[in-house]
Design a protein around this ligand. Structure first.
Ligand code: FEO
Length: 168
């Protein structure tokens, strides 16, 4: 059974994952409208993953005797300056999520809730992978130094595939 405090922080995380899903959906839609097919596919896939994260938290709360709450989600930005700006915003968001997952790990240790501590390790690893995957994309964008985004856009989904194979 979760403590009230743990239930609350996990439900806050449900909201953060839901916002991440909406944010990446907004980025996907922006990229699609700009004609960046690969980048939009990348963000559509990312948005789906975040929805899965949200579900994992929500269902874990229910599984442990709490009540997973479906959150009200703020509207994400509609416009972005450019592709680099989109990925910078995405990295910033992932770093915020990592800090918030760390808070949960900290509380689990404080409460000696080793079930939650064990369960959340999947997210600890996931955050490591997500941050490094977005950072890798930003590094590649920096290499372009303002040159054509065409090849980058064409190949971005291959980078995603390679990362996922490595993770499994
Ligand atoms: Fe679910 Fe990308 O954090």
């Amino acid at each position: 059974m979760l403590s009230k405090k743990m239930e609350e922080i996990l439900n806050l995380q449900v909201g953060k994952e839901a916002y991440a899903s909406a944010l990446y959906l907004a980025m996907a839609s922006w990229a699609e409208k700009k004609g960046y097919e690969g980048i939009s596919e990348w963000f559509y896939a990312q948005s789906e993953e975040e929805r899965e994260h949200m579900l994992k938290f929500l269902r874990y709360v229910n599984e442990r005797g709490g009540h997973g709450i479906v959150p009200l989600v703020d509207q994400p930005p509609v416009e972005f300056k450019d592709v680099k700006n989109v990925f910078d915003a995405s990295l910033e968001h992932e770093q915020m999520v990592t800090r918030s997952i760390n808070e949960i790990v900290g509380l689990a240790l404080e409460e000696k809730d080793f079930i939650t501590h064990n369960w959340i390790q999947w997210f600890v690893q996931e955050q490591l992978e997500e941050e490094s995957s977005v950072q890798g994309i930003i590094d590649k964008l920096n290499m372009l130094e303002g040159k054509s985004l065409y090849v980058f856009d064409r190949d971005i989904m291959k980078i995603r595939g390679a990362g996922e194979e490595g993770a499994e």
